[in-house]
Each structure stands twice: as structure tokens, then as C-alpha cells.
Design a protein around this ligand. Structure first.
Ligand code: GDP
Ligand code: MG
Length: 755
């Protein structure tokens, strides 16, 4: 067996070095420290074509200057240990930044293989990279890989072995640093050629560049090796530095960095990167940003975009919502027709069909909302929103990244507090994180939207879009103010700086939008199908049992008989039907014109009787509901909730909402379809509420406010407990939010009463 070949693995942090290292070495690795420093040194073995390869994982660095221990360790290893091959792993999705390090390896004349990693991510972002072309332009082999799956890793190792066997690779083309520096470098190279002690030290051009950059470690080494030639190099550097300062007021270091990026850009522009990603797009993007994130115009445009999103969602969802509603009404009608009256029919119609139908009825709304949101997200505009809001966020003691948590929780539209709460993991400061975590559930999540839309639709249908926008702004204002409050009291402390990358704008693909929309909508439907169905049935049980006591039932029956007794025969025959049933069924929707031939007076008497019977039926079912388990709980809560105008039915729905906010709609639907509305009636819940005398606009508003801010749903609370690391925070968020919401709702209700 031949002697071991040493392969160094180098690259930017997060380029996937560790992943690649593990893919290559598997379990056969050794972890220690570099001598003298606490930087981790990992080594592992790989065998290929009977050749043992020793892989050394270098610390991740962006550059090879001497700013950090990692940079010094990586550089020293490359220079002193001289590995036979350097595998430079670059992130294909961030090629421009990653190639900066590659340029420096090229200058050091290292035997290099570029591992073009994360081509899967790049592809997802619509970036196609021509590896062969990149290889030709850099003068270095380039192997595309996906380190995470191991794709291309063997090809990479073969290429590395080939480079090792070939010995020193072909010379890399030198990068030009502009006329001034290039001619200085030429003079320096000539000096170095005359001093063998220096020439042995490093490749001469690289040494020259380091002296120009003012790299003190390298300068000291050069001085120690050959004092006189070294000082001549410094003089040359000094001269060109002064010249650059007077002519262009810049430094050699900045000039070198500029030219390296220029070199990279020119490579990338020569057909290396294609399809959607091109540099023109970056420039267009910059131009767009001048307007879209302008200090004054930016926020205005942002408001316009948000308003547009709402108009889009509400206008186009109207028709599909009606279709879905019609489908479920049809289904309910069929069940009503086919099944005998009794608990099973009641369960199916009121518990299952109305419960799930109420939730699915809002799927078109949610789909359109998510479609709009996906458009903003995929186009890159959402990141600008975060960027613009950062200034605001600081003043509230939060971090720029808090925006993401808020947006995910429903800060723009829809969303869900569960991923929102999880997104706070990007925040490093504990206090900022807790403040974000506790306030993110105030946002209008996708589950609250249908409830809010239903309430707003019932009383303010002409201003629906404006109201929804307002409620979103209110959510933001309250979340920020409460965050500030928390940061001034129980979460006192300093803020951390913010860095956020703005991805270039891109025109979203229709397919991508559909996929994103569908993913989010599907998770909503799944929730509706499982949790909500379960909760809906549980609530139906709570609302149906234990049922009215026999005495009360008999009393209603007697009332009915008394009402029927004093009316002419033909009408009695038509109206006695419902009397035979336990479950109250309202026959009021039956058309009076079905009884032609009755004269005016009889007609009047029939209508009166029907109204009377309706009233009795309604009072009976209401009594039954009040008597039920849910009714008793709701009633008990009335002793407090009268302050904000909530009656026991609202209380039941709000209790259900603790399981999941969507349940509020289905519970109100169940409550009202059991209480007053014929199961086969096509009235929507919105309409029912609008026509109910108990319901006033101020009650609707108070309820909207309460629903927006009261306790998060159980899943969110569970996440808060997990993320915060203590159940106390979960309990805090339930109690604090509910108390706060109740105070606010009471305020709205009482103020509303004054006007
Ligand atoms: P290091 O900092 O260079 O060691 O990078 P890591 O190996 O820790 O990788 C950073 C992240 O990128 C991890 O989450 C990896 O799972 C992920 N990653 C690495 N290689 C790939 C890849 O080829 N494709 C994808 N999709 N992700 C990758
Ligand atoms: Mg790593």
C-alpha cells in the first residue's frame, strides 16, 4: 500500500463541511485539538483504489487573513503541513461569497478540487450552475455534490485522488488587482526571486499580496527569514499605498477585495450561473429596492400591498365559499331526508356536517390568502417587509428576526402561532426571545381569520377588507406594546444587533405558488379533519346531554297543545307535526303558499300559530342547551362575562376555541343550528347572527377583540412550554392573555354602549 495521502477539507462556515466529512469518513474519525489552540481538529480515513486517504477537516473560514484563530489555524495547516490535496467545499446557493475563499486558495497555488455542494438547494432556488464552465474559468476541477445525501461524494474523492497523483496542478490564472497594485506586485515578485529565503517561504505572488494587505503575521515571518528583502517589500507596499490614498482615497486591502469580487462576478457572468439567477437580476433588484424600501415610499407601498392582499382574498373567495356552503347544505339536506329523526341524525347534521362544513367553508379564503402570501414570500418582498420593520422593532425591545416569528404567526395574514413560536429559535437573546414568543400568538393566525371574517361579515360586510386590515394592524400594535411592556418589566435587558440578508427579487413560478399554497392549506384541512372533528363531536355531546328532564319536556308539549287547541282544523293538521318529536324542529320556513284556498283571516291565524309554535320550539331547544353540560359551564361563566356582553353560547364557543380557534366557528354553528335554525336551512352563520336580536355590532367587535387576544390554542401553549423550557410560561401566557383580552373586550363593549 502506498503512503497515506492527506486531504484537507476547507470552506466557509455552513458550506456543509461537517456533513461532507461525515459522508466521507463515516464512523472512522478521530477528534482532537490543533496543537496550542482549542480549535477542534477532526481526522478520518477513506480508502479508494487501494489508497489510504487521510481527511483533515479544517475550521470554517470566510477568508485567509489573520483575523481569527480559525483563519490562522487553517492557513498554517495549508502552508506548513502542505496537504497533497485541498478539497474546497463551496455552497452552490451562495456561490459569489463562497468563491472569495476559493480565490485565495488559487493564489496560494494549492492543489485544489472544488466540491460544489448543495446543488439541490440551488436547484430549488432556480439556480443552475455549469460546473464544467466554472472549472474551466477557475482552472480547477469542480465536482457537484449533495453532501447530505452523499451524491457525488465518490466522484469527488476520485478527482481528489487524481489531483494528488498528478502532483502540482496547472497554474491558476492570476487575478488582476488593477494597474497600480499589479505593477507593485511585479516588482515585489522580482525582489522575492532574488531572496531564496523568502521564495521558499510562500508562493511569491501570494506573499506580495499579503504584504500589501498588511498581514502582520506574514510580514513578521518574512522579516525573520530575510530582513533586508522584507523591508524592501514593505517600502514598495508603502509607496503604492500612499499613491492609492492620494489618487483614489482607498487602501490596497480594500482594492484587493474589490478586485477579487470583480473577478468572481466576471466568472459567474460568463455562463456559469444560468436560468433565473443572473447578475442583471441583482442590479434590477437593487434598483427596485431603491423604491420599495425607500424610507418614505417603502412603508406606504407596504401598506398598499397588504391592503391589496386583503382585497384579493376577500373578493375572490366569495363565490367559492358559497359553493362549498351549498355542498355541505346539500349533504345536510340529504342526511336529513334519509335518516329518521334522533340522536344519530342530530350528531351527523349538527356535530359532523356543520362542524366540518363550517371549517372547510373557509378553505377558499385561506387558500387565496396563502396564495397571496406565498407570492409575497417567493418574490422576496416579505424579506423587505421584515427589513423595513426592523427599525420599528428595536424601539420595542425586540430583534429584527422577531418579524419572522410575527409574520409566521399571522403578522401578514393567516399563518400559525405554532411555527411562529418555533421560529423564535433564531433569536439569541433570551429576553428578546421570550418577549417574541409570548406576543406572537396575538397575531391573526389562519384559524382566527375565519372567525373574524364571519363576525365582521355579519355586521360590517361593506367594510370587510378595511376591517380585516385594521384588525391586523391592531394585532401588531398590541403585540408590540405588550412586548415593550414585558421588556420593561419581567424581561428587562439590552438588545442585540441585527443582520438580515435581502435575497434578490424573483418572479415566483406558478407551480411553486400552488405547491406552497397547497401545503399550508392541506395542513389546515388535516387539522379540520382530525382535531376539529373530534372537538366538534365532543362539544355536540356536551351540548346534547343530559337533555331536558321529562317534566320540562311535558310542559313544552302541553304548551304546544294549548296553542293548537284554539285554531281551525286544516291548519292544526299542518302544524301539529313537530309536536311528535323530542328534538325541536322548526317548521317556520315552510311556505304559507302551500296552503292555497285559505281565506285571509285563516291565513293570518295560521301564521300566528306557526310563530307561536316556533317560539315554543326555540325556547325548548334553548332550555335543553342551557341544561346541557356545555350550557352549565357557559352559564357559570356568565357571572363574569356579562361585563363584555358574552352570553353562555359565546362562552361555549370560546371554550371550544381553546382546543383550536377554528372550533369557535363550528361551535357557534352547532350551537345555533341546535338552538334556532332548521338543520336544512341554507342560512349561513353570519346571517343567523346578523338577524339575532341579541347580536349587536358592539358585541361583535368586543368578541373580535377577545378572540384576537385571549389564550393561545393548546398546541401553541404546548410549544411555548417546550421553547421556554418551563410550564410556568405556558400558564402565564394563558392567564395573562385571557385577562388582557377580557379587559380589552369589556372596554370595547362598554365604550360601544355609550355611542
Ligand atoms: P459546516 O459549518 O460547513 O460544517 O456545515 P454543516 O455540515 O454543519 O452544514 C450546514 C447545514 O447545511 C446543515 O444543516 C446541513 O444539513 C446542510 N447541508 C449540508 N450539505 C447539504 C446539501 O448538500 N444539501 C442540503 N440541502 N443541505 C445540506
Ligand atoms: Mg461544521
Amino acid at each position: 500500500m502506498n503512503a497515506e495521502i492527506v486531504i484537507a477539507l476547507a470552506g466557509n462556515p455552513n458550506a456543509g463541511k461537517t456533513t461532507l466529512f461525515n459522508a466521507i469518513t463515516g464512523a472512522r474519525q478521530h477528534v482532537g485539538n490543533y496543537p496550542g489552540v482549542t480549535v477542534e481538529k477532526k481526522e478520518g480515513l477513506y480508502e479508494l483504489e487501494g489508497q489510504r486517504l487521510k481527511i483533515v477537516d479544517l475550521p470554517g473560514t470566510y477568508s485567509l487573513t489573520a483575523y481569527s484563530v480559525e483563519e490562522v489555524v487553517a492557513r498554517d495547516f495549508l502552508v506548513k503541513d502542505r496537504p497533497q490535496v485541498v478539497v474546497n467545499i463551496v455552497d452552490a446557493a451562495n456561490l459569489e461569497r463562497n468563491l472569495y475563499l476559493t480565490c485565495q486558495f488559487c493564489e496560494m497555488n494549492l492543489p485544489l478540487v472544488v466540491a460544489l455542494n448543495m446543488v439541490d438547494v440551488a436547484k430549488d432556488r432556480g439556480i443552475a450552475i455549469d460546473a464544467q464552465r466554472l472549472s474551466a474559468l477557475l482552472g480547477v476541477p469542480v465536482v457537484p455534490i449533495v453532501a447530505r445525501t452523499g451524491t457525488g461524494v465518490e466522484a469527488l474523492m476520485r478527482e481528489a485522488l487524481a489531483v494528488a497523483r498528478r502532483g502540482q496542478g496547472p497554474e491558476h490564472p492570476a487575478i488582476s488587482y488593477g494597474e497600480d497594485l499589479d505593477s507593485a506586485l511585479l516588482s515585489m515578485e522580482a525582489e522575492i526571486a532574488k531572496a531564496p529565503a523568502l521564495a521558499r517561504l510562500y508562493p511569491s505572488r501570494w506573499l506580495g499580496v499579503k504584504v500589501l494587505e498588511g498581514d502582520q503575521r506574514i510580514i513578521d515571518q518574512a522579516k525573520a527569514a530575510a530582513p533586508d528583502p522584507a523591508s524592501r517589500l514593505l517600502e514598495l507596499a508603502e509607496t503604492v499605498s500612499r499613491h492609492l490614498d492620494t489618487t483614489m482615497s482607498t487602501t490596497p486591502e480594500a482594492m484587493i477585495a474589490d478586485h477579487r469580487y470583480g473577478y468572481i462576478k466576471s466568472i459567474l457572468r460568463q455562463g456559469v450561473i444560468s436560468r433565473e439567477f443572473d447578475l442583471d437580476r441583482l442590479y434590477t433588484s437593487d434598483k427596485l429596492d431603491k423604491v420599495l424600501t425607500n424610507r418614505f415610499l417603502g412603508p406606504l407601498i407596504m401598506m398598499g400591498v397588504l391592503l391589496g392582499l386583503y382585497y384579493f382574498t376577500f373578493t375572490y373567495s366569495k363565490a367559492p365559499i358559497a359553493w362549498v356552503g351549498a355542498c355541505f347544505d346539500f349533504l345536510a339536506g340529504q342526511v336529513d331526508r334519509l335518516l329518521a329523526d334522533g340522536p344519530l341524525k342530530s350528531l351527523l347534521v349538527s356535530g359532523v356536517i356543520h362542524g366540518v362544513g363550517g371549517v372547510l367553508g373557509f378553505v377558499p379564503l385561506i387558500m387565496l390568502m396563502f396564495f397571496g402570501l406565498a407570492f409575497l414570500e417567493d418574490s422576496g418582498y416579505l424579506a423587505r417587509v421584515a427589513f423595513m420593520l426592523d427599525r420599528v422593532f428595536r424601539t420595542f425591545g425586540l430583534h429584527g428576526n422577531s418579524v419572522l416569528a410575527y409574520v409566521l404567526s399571522g403578522g401578514i395574514a393567516g399563518g400559525c402561532a405554532v411555527p411562529g413560536v418555533m421560529a423564535t429559535r433564531t433569536l439569541r437573546s433570551h429576553r428578546e426571545r421570550m418577549a417574541t414568543l409570548l406576543t406572537a400568538p396575538f397575531m391573526n393566525c389562519g384559524a382566527k381569520l375565519p372567525v373574524l371574517a364571519m363576525l365582521i361579515g355579519a355586521f360590517f360586510s361593506e367594510y370587510q377588507a378595511q376591517f380585516m386590515l385594521f384588525s391586523n394592524l391592531l394585532a401588531w400594535a398590541v403585540a408590540l406594546l405588550v412586548a415593550k411592556l414585558l421588556r420593561l418589566t419581567i424581561l428587562k435587558g439590552d438588545s442585540t444587533p441585527f443582520v438580515m440578508e435581502l435575497p434578490p427579487y424573483r418572479f415566483p413560478t406558478f407551480k411553486g405558488l400552488l405547491i406552497h399554497t397547497w401545503e399550508k392549506t392541506w395542513s389546515y384541512i388535516q387539522k379540520a379533519g382530525t382535531v376539529i372533528l373530534g372537538v366538534s363531536i365532543l362539544l355536540w355531546v356536551m351540548m346534547t346531554y343530559p337533555g331536558l328532564p321529562a317534566g320540562a319536556k311535558a310542559q313544552f308539549a302541553a304548551e304546544r297543545q294549548a296553542a293548537v287547541a284554539g285554531v281551525p282544523a286544516p291548519v292544526v293538521k299542518a302544524a301539529t307535526a313537530p309536536e311528535e318529536e323530542d328534538q325541536a324542529q322548526v317548521e317556520g320556513s315552510e311556505d304559507p303558499e302551500e296552503h292555497p284556498g285559505l281565506n285571509g283571516a285563516e291565513d293570518q291565524a295560521a301564521a300566528d300559530l306557526r310563530a307561536k309554535l316556533d317560539d315554543i320550539d326555540q325556547r325548548q331547544s334553548q332550555a335543553a342547551l342551557e341544561h346541557s353540560l356545555a350550557g352549565r359551564t357557559g352559564r357559570a361563566l356568565e357571572s363574569v362575562s356579562w361585563l363584555s356582553g358574552f352570553d353562555w353560547r359565546v362562552n361555549i364557543a370560546l371554550l371550544g376555541g381553546l382546543a383550536a380557534k377554528e372550533v369557535i366557528v363550528s361551535t357557534l354553528g352547532t350551537a345555533y343550528s341546535l338552538g334556532a335554525v332548521n338543520s336544512a336551512s341554507s342560512q349561513s352563520l353570519s346571517q343567523t347572527l346578523a338577524e339575532d336580536p341579541h347580536w349587536t355590532p358592539r358585541l361583535a367587535l368586543a368578541l373580535v377583540v377577545f378572540i384576537m387576544f385571549y389564550a393561545p390554542c393548546v398546541v401553541t401553549v404546548a410549544c411555548i412550554v417546550r421553547e421556554a423550557g418551563s410550564w410556568r410560561w405556558g400558564l402565564f401566557s394563558v392567564l395573562f392573555n385571557t385577562g388582557f383580552a377580557f379587559a380589552l373586550a369589556t372596554l370595547v363593549y362598554r365604550l360601544g354602549g355609550m355611542f
